[in-house]
Design a binder for this molecule. Structure first.
Ligand code: ADP
Ligand code: MG
Length: 361
């Protein structure tokens, strides 16, 4: 099979706002028909990346080639770019003073030189496709959020762009309306349209995408198939993000440490993540580790983690510059019956003992 052609080629994309570096040397290419979901913590530059791609936020430095044309070339006409790259925003951005139909035909008439009749005919077909054919004469203020977003999608499609960028298209919606918008996007994905979608809807990202970018700290930290990113992430930051790993960390330097604070912290953490039944065992294991098995190891980093997706809760005890396990056989024998799994492993900075907590009923 022939490799589909490259639609977007991004080289050395960087973006700074004053001193704040938001994108650091991002490189990637997108091929025709790819559906790429961009996931990652907030504030990592996902929106800025999309906005840089269509020059809403001109990059500090970069070369971007879209369908063979270098759009970052000096003097490149931005109205041509709008033909190549469509965008759907979190906040819809419809023209409030225009009807649904007028919102859709406006740009094609101005930029594609369609007659009003041609533009209307096509707009009607698109509105039908997104399930909004009955609302052609309504104004945006008369529509629900989900309906507005479907109109915004039809408006983007009306320009026949080479690629459509979606920036969290469902995050401003009432939960009951997320489904109708996602199902329109799913349909588009099946039709072979090339799309980049910033989303927090993990299940959707996993089902609909041909590829996932995990963004973190201004770079594409990991780029892979949905299976790789969700099942076998290479980087621990990716894993923590996709498994929604919550953590509570304490640096214990001396024995004057306020241990009561840990007890309270555990209780609150467990309550928050619906594992209140694990709080007491976590605390008693921690006391046992701190005051018996690892009594002489200070400073020590204690971490309580809970993966919301898999339900796995664990306690980590980490000591820096240590090249062997702090546990002896007696300690192992005492610990094992109380927990699901005992892991003793070297880390890049020292040594870690991990106690995987048993499932509670
Ligand atoms: P994300 O979409 O991943 O949540 P953004 O791309 O919106 O992240 O923002 C990344 C960082 O850039 C944030 O720290 C944000 O405050 C900053 N930022 C975004 N847009 C601007 C702007 N126009 N001026 C200054 N800082 C900005
Ligand atoms: Mg954003």
């Amino acid at each position: 099979m022939e490799t589909p052609k490259t639609i977007i080629q991004v080289s050395h994309l960087s973006k700074q706002f004053g001193d704040l570096v938001v994108l650091r040397d991002v490189n990637f290419e997108v091929r025709q028909g790819e559906v790429i979901s961009i996931i990652g913590p907030s504030g990592t530059g996902k929106s800025t990346l999309l906005r840089a791609l269509n020059m809403l936020e001109p990059p500090t430095s970069c070369e971007i080639v879209v369908n063979g044309e270098k759009i970052t070339a000096k003097g490149y006409p931005l109205h041509l770019l709008r033909l190549k790259i469509g965008m759907v925003f979190q906040s819809f951005n419809l023209f409030e003073h225009m009807t649904v139909l007028e919102n859709i035909i406006d740009a094609p008439m101005q930029l594609l030189n369609l007659t009003e009749a041609q533009a209307k005919e096509e707009a009607m077909a698109l509105l039908k496709q997104v399930g909004m054919a009955q609302k052609t004469d309504a104004y945006p203020s008369e529509l629900s959020g989900g309906q507005k977003q479907r109109v915004a999608i039809a408006r983007a499609l009306a320009m026949h762009p080479d690629v459509i960028l979606f920036d969290e298209p469902t995050s401003a919606l009432d939960p009951t309306m997320v489904g109708e918008v996602l199902s329109v996007i799913r349909q588009l994905a099946k039709s072979g349209l090339t799309m980049l979608i910033v989303t927090h809807e993990m299940r959707f990202a996993r089902d609909v995408s041909t590829r996932i970018f995990f963004m973190n700290e201004g770079v594409i930290w990991e780029d892979g198939s949905p299976e790789q990113i969700f099942e076998h992430p290479i980087h621990s930051a990716t894993k923590a993000f996709v498994q929604r790993i919550q953590k509570l960390v304490y640096e214990i330097d001396t024995d004057d440490y306020d241990f009561l604070q840990i007890h309270t912290g555990f209780n609150q953490f467990c309550l928050k993540y619906n594992i209140a039944d694990k709080a007491e065992l976590a605390w008693s294991l921690t006391q046992e580790m701190l005051f018996t098995h690892m009594r002489t190891f200070r400073p020590l980093t204690l971490r309580l983690t809970h993966a919301e997706l898999s339900g796995v809760t664990a306690l980590d005890f980490m000591v820096e510059h240590l090249d062997h396990s702090p546990l002896n056989n007696a300690a192992r024998d005492i610990l094992r019956p109380q927990i699901k799994e005992l892991i003793e492993e070297p880390t890049t900075r020292g040594f870690r003992v991990k106690l995987i907590m048993p499932d509670m009923f």
